[in-house]
Every structure is written in structure tokens, then in C-alpha cells.
Write a protein that binds this ligand. Structure first.
Ligand SMILES: C[S@@+](CC[C@H](N)C(=O)[O-])C[C@H]1O[C@@H](n2cnc3c(N)ncnc32)[C@H](O)[C@@H]1O
Ligand SMILES: [Zn+2]
Length: 373
């Protein structure tokens, strides 16, 4: 963690400023210092947030206390914290579940996480989200101080960093952050990015600090999405721009989910065979049905992602949520069909419809907005 970051940070519980204590640091070519190991101390609640191997861990204690390196760090230095009152106590049991899910499966199970696979994952992202390059506008944020909320393994983070942005990248999942760090180190970009393990519902940053906030596929997986939007509004500078992607309610994925649920009920009722829908799906989709339709019948969800929290929002709900948080100039774009839907369409020889449907009933709703001055 670059010492410069300290002027942006605050305690996620009481928003007091944090005092930096270095145990071990290194100096960059330009004279700036990077803390390798150290503490960030809250003078109000006396919480000691650790910095370990350059990653700052600044979240409510119940989101840190199961992370092995954090426990070891606290234990070795006799600094095991008293439990502190959290600002978002009610959501934290579910948040811990969310954290575990994404730490166990940092790529949502879509890819192995060995280092050799890192480039494969980048290729997968480029191929499955070809539109992302133009939407994210990686090259438009050069020299800006930006925050990425929910960086995951750093698939977008490194693109912003290599295009000249100064990035603070935050995620709740320790395994994801470590993979992001590996990716950035491999690419020689780690000095351009500060990594923070933190919670989007109570960001550890002072008000009005960032030139740009970006969040791709994250806050709909957090129990309180509206709190994340409010936090994003709080930390971005007035007049500055944010880009947030989450799932869209009136999407083909949700429509197929509802239709499949209905078809399953009707077929079971008509035939008396609980497997009738699966058998029909097998006939239409082959082996894919065993992988996904069987799962769907168990969970009732059409998308293969089985994260503990998957909220979806309409444009109207988004407008209300972003307006209430203090944004103006709120604009939308729809894109992307979930993998399952794209697969079914290609099986039905309707692949040419994919881009058209994505624009109208896509799964990804991209919202851009400006913080009111
Ligand atoms: C689908 S992944 C997206 C990761 C990355 N943005 C990308 O495009 O590859 C969702 C990420 O959201 C993170 N996440 C979910 N809830 C969060 C929260 N409350 N605070 C911070 N990160 C959160 C998860 O840990 C996970 O890494
Ligand atoms: Zn505090």
C-alpha cells in the first residue's frame, strides 16, 4: 500500500481518519513509499487494521477474522482485536457467506485459478464480453485517481492501470485480491494499484476523494445494493462520473427462468413425471441439459451462477436508487446475454439474434451517472 493512500482512508465503522504505522516498507523510483507490512490505527475505536504483503485489510472485524494471514498477523503481534460494533451489523452474517462464496470460487467456478490459467481467464473475458472494452473506456481515465469496487481477480483493474489510471481496487474476497495481486505483479503494474480488502457497503474511504468509480458485476451480489450505491456516491468527487454494472430484471435470462419454471410445473402436472422437463431439455440441448437444466430444477435459477446473493434491478429501480444517492445524468445501456441463454439460442440456430437481444433484454445493465455538485 502506497503511503499516499493514507490521506483517502477512514475507519469503515466510524469514518475516523486512520494513522499509519509502518513495520516494513520499500521505496519506489520516484521516492514514494510502499508499506509492505504495517498497521492502520483508528483513533476513535482503536481498531488496528493490518497491512500484510502490501494489501490493506480495512473492513468490519467479522469480515477479517476468518482470513488466515490476518489472524496470524494479529496473533504474532499480540493485537487480536476486541469485537467492535459494526455500522452494518444486520447484513454481516450474509456478507460473510458472500465473502466465503467468492473466496472459494473467485471465478464463480468458471475457471481454474492456477497462475497458468490467468491468461486463459483474460482471454475468456475478452471473448465472452467483447463489448466491455468500449463500455469500460479503459483509456479515458489516464492519470485519474479511480476506485474499483469489487475488483475480483483484477480482470478490469489491470486494463485501467496499464492505460495510466491510478487505481485503488477493493474486494471482499481474500482469494480474489491475492489473485489480482499476482496478476498485477506479473504484468509489472502492482505499483500503479493499491489493493484493499474491504466492504462495498461501508467503504473505508473519506468523502469526495475519487475522480471516477467503477464497479463491474459486484453490488448486486452484496446484500444491500442500495448501501453500495450510497457509498459510491459518498466517495466520488462532486461532478465526477461512475460506471456500475449489475443484472437486469427484465432480461431474457429472467424471462427464460420464469418460463422454464412454469413449463416444468405444467409438464410435471400433465405427465405425472417430475423428470419430464429435464427429458425434453435433454432432447433439445443434449449434454448441456444435464449440467444446467438439472441444476435449474434444483435451484429454480436459470443462470449457472449460484452466488448467495443475486439481486436484479429494473431501470426504474435503478433511477430511484441512484437519484436518492445523489446522482444526476443517469443513463443506461443493456448488453450481454448470460452464457446459458446464448447457448440455447445457438442450439436453436438463432445466434444472429444475440447482439440484438442483448441490447434490448440483456443480462447486464450498465448505469453511468454523475454526482450532483
Ligand atoms: C462476479 S465477481 C466480479 C469481479 C470483477 N469485477 C470482474 O469483473 O471480474 C463479484 C465480486 O464482487 C465481490 N463482492 C461482492 N460483494 C461485495 C462487497 N460487499 N464488497 C466488496 N466486494 C464484494 C466478490 O468478492 C467478487 O469478487
Ligand atoms: Zn474506528
Amino acid at each position: 500500500m502506497n503511503t499516499k493512500l493514507t490521506s483517502l482512508l477512514c475507519c469503515p465503522v466510524d469514518r475516523s481518519v486512520l494513522r499509519l504505522e509502518s513495520l516494513n516498507d520499500r521505496t519506489l523510483g520516484n521516492g514514494e513509499k510502499v508499506i509492505i507490512d504495517g498497521w492502520l490505527l483508528c483513533e476513535a475505536c482503536h481498531q488496528k487494521f493490518p497491512i500484510i504483503d502490501e494489501i490493506a485489510f480495512i473492513a468490519e472485524i467479522e469480515l477479517l477474522d476468518r482470513i488466515e494471514p490476518v489472524r496470524r498477523f494479529w496473533t504474532e503481534r499480540g493485537a487480536i482485536p476486541q469485537r467492535v460494533q459494526s455500522t452494518s451489523q444486520s447484513g454481516n452474517a450474509l456478507l460473510r457467506e458472500v465473502q466465503t462464496f467468492w473466496s472459494d470460487r473467485p471465478t464463480a467456478g468458471k475457471w481454474d485459478t492456477d497462475e497458468e490459467q490467468m491468461e486463459g481467464l483474460e482471454r475468456w473475458r475478452r471473448e465472452s464480453h467483447p463489448w466491455l472494452e468500449s463500455f469500460a473506456g479503459y483509456e479515458r481515465h489516464s492519470a485519474q485517481l479511480m476506485l474499483e469496487v469489487g475488483c475480483g481477480q483484477g480482470l478490469c483493474t489491470y486494463r485501467f492501470a496499464e492505460n495510466g489510471a491510478n487505481v485503488v481496487a477493493l474486494d471482499l474476497s481474500f482469494d480474489s485480491i491475492v489473485l489480482a495481486q499476482k496478476r498485477l505483479r506479473r504484468k509489472g503494474l502492482s505499483d500503479k494499484v493499491d489493493l484493499v480488502l474491504g466492504n462495498a457497503q461501508s467503504l473505508p474511504f473519506l468523502d469526495d476523494r475519487f475522480d471516477f468509480v467503477y464497479s463491474f458485476g459486484v453490488i448486486h451480489h452484496s446484500p444491500d445494493t442500495a448501501a453500495c450505491v450510497r457509498e459510491i456516491a459518498r466517495v466520488v468527487k462532486s461532478g465526477s462520473f461512475v460506471l456500475v454494472m449489475y443484472y437486469y430484471t427484465w432480461s431474457l435470462t429472467k424471462l427464460i427462468e420464469a418460463s422454464a419454471r412454469l413449463a416444468n410445473r405444467v409438464l410435471t402436472w400433465v405427465t405425472g413425471d417430475e423428470q419430464a422437463f429435464l427429458k425434453l431439455a435433454r432432447r433439445m440441448l443434449g449434454g448441456y441439459a444435464d449440467k444446467h437444466t438439472a441444476q435449474f430444477l434444483k435451484t429454480g435459477k436459470a443462470a449457472t451462477l449460484h452466488a448467495p446473493v443475486i439481486h436484479t434491478y429494473s431501470r426504474r429501480q435503478t433511477l430511484a436508487m441512484f437519484t436518492a444517492a445523489g446522482f444526476t445524468n443517469i443513463q443506461f445501456a443493456l448488453t450481454h446475454l448470460s452464457e446459458e441463454v446464448a447457448f440455447v439460442l445457438s442450439k436453436l440456430r438463432m445466434s444472429s439474434l444475440i447482439p440484438i437481444l442483448a441490447r434490448r433484454v440483456g443480462w447486464d445493465l450498465i448505469t453511468t451517472a454523475t454526482k450532483r455538485g
